[in-house]
Design a protein around this ligand. Structure first.
Ligand code: GZL
Length: 345
């Protein structure tokens, strides 16, 4: 947008400049223009509003990229549809924004629109989930979570819990209520559980997507209970689905907790943003939450400032995240030689 502003200002001043008589008033005006820092226009394509995590992420971006911080933010909600996001990115290109920030719903199918952005000389910053493109120069940088590490922390917690309670690995009968299929968060959290189940000898009964929403989580849990009578661990790839799943479990007369050898069903989850899920964690209805940090706004602001200063930021920027639980059996876990202390939610 600033590009358009500069060209327009120059064309307006051209007659005066050509006449070789820029009056002091024009000069002062021109000087004034040079002094006022133009707002940086950012087109932000958010994937949707499916969860509390997503809404907190949106709020963080809107606060960091507000006019008070020197930004003109154009926000578009993709309603979890890639086609809507591609339309939004194309609109940003036509508008001539200074930067595009993209939170992609899924990893595949971004080459052509990101190529159009590069051809228009508009830098793209990715937030949260990733895109699967061969040419990594199609985006300047990415900020988000290591989703497989989140899963490794969760499964390390689950392994430590079974060892402290002398539960044989083969007695864990797990269902995975997955996030939106093809999203980086789902891919990493699903892979982490599948690897741990194979390595530890856990019985992974089913993997079904709840699309990161509470209603779908409730619906999927109900269907899983009809198909399996021995479920004792429900691994939910976000809090909203865990809340829906707990509702379905209790409606079916199940007790939710840690006494899984005596009929209770353990629920574990990801995010730690939703207040209801944090309350459930304090009550023990959710046994463990792997934190997923939504506050990417300040990081994106810093990345844009770096790019404005001609710097080359790190390509991949990871946020720090922990583990929440009130189950006293496990105080910390070690993953890839790093110790994570379990915190109260
Ligand atoms: C994770 C993010 C996921 C959250 C869900 O970074 O992509 O999407 O875990 C959200 O709550 O819907």
């Amino acid at each position: 947008m600033r590009k358009i502003a500069v060209i327009a200002a120059t064309l307006l001043l051209l007659p005066v400049l050509l006449a070789g008589c820029g009056s002091s008033a024009v000069k002062e005006e021109n000087t004034d223009k040079a002094d006022t820092k133009e707002l940086i226009t950012v087109g932000f394509s958010q994937l949707g509003a499916e969860s509390d995590w997503r809404n907190t992420n949106t709020q963080s971006m809107q606060e960091a990229l507000g006019t008070g911080n020197g930004f003109n933010l154009i926000y578009k909600n993709g309603q979890q549809k890639q086609a809507n996001q591609i339309t939004a990115v194309r609109m940003f290109i036509q508008q001539g924004v200074d930067y595009i920030v993209l939170a992609p719903a899924t990893e595949e199918g971004w080459e052509s629109v990101l190529t159009e952005a590069r051809d228009a000389d508009i830098p793209v910053i990715l937030v949260d989930r990733r895109v699967d493109v061969a040419d990594k120069s199609l985006y300047s940088c990415w900020v988000g979570s290591d989703f497989e590490l989140e899963s490794k922390k969760m499964t390390a917690w689950l392994k430590a819990f079974t060892e402290r309670r002398n539960i044989s690995p083969e007695n864990l009968h797990i269902v995975n209520i997955q996030g939106s299929l093809g999203s980086t968060a789902q891919i990493g959290r699903t892979r982490g559980l599948a690897n741990a189940a194979r390595e530890n000898g856990w019985d992974l009964l089913a993997e079904v997507s709840g699309d990161f929403t509470e209603n779908k989580g409730r619906e999927v849990m109900g269907a899983l209970l009809k198909g399996h009578d021995n479920i004792n661990v429900v691994y939910c790839e976000n809090d909203n689905m865990a809340i829906g799943a707990i509702d379905a479990l209790e409606s079916a007369g199940k007790r939710v907790g840690q006494n899984i050898m005596n009929g209770e069903v353990m629920v574990v989850s990801f995010d730690g943003v939703n207040e209801q899920s944090r309350e459930y964690c304090r009550e023990g209805k959710i046994s463990c939450i792997a934190e997923c940090n939504p506050l990417h706004g300040p990081r994106v602001e810093a990345l844009i400032e770096a790019l404005e200063n001609g710097e080359t930021p790190e390509k991949f920027n990871y946020v720090d995240e922990g583990l929440f639980s009130c189950v006293d059996a496990v105080k910390n876990v070690v993953v890839d030689d790093t110790e994570y202390t379990v915190q109260e939610p």
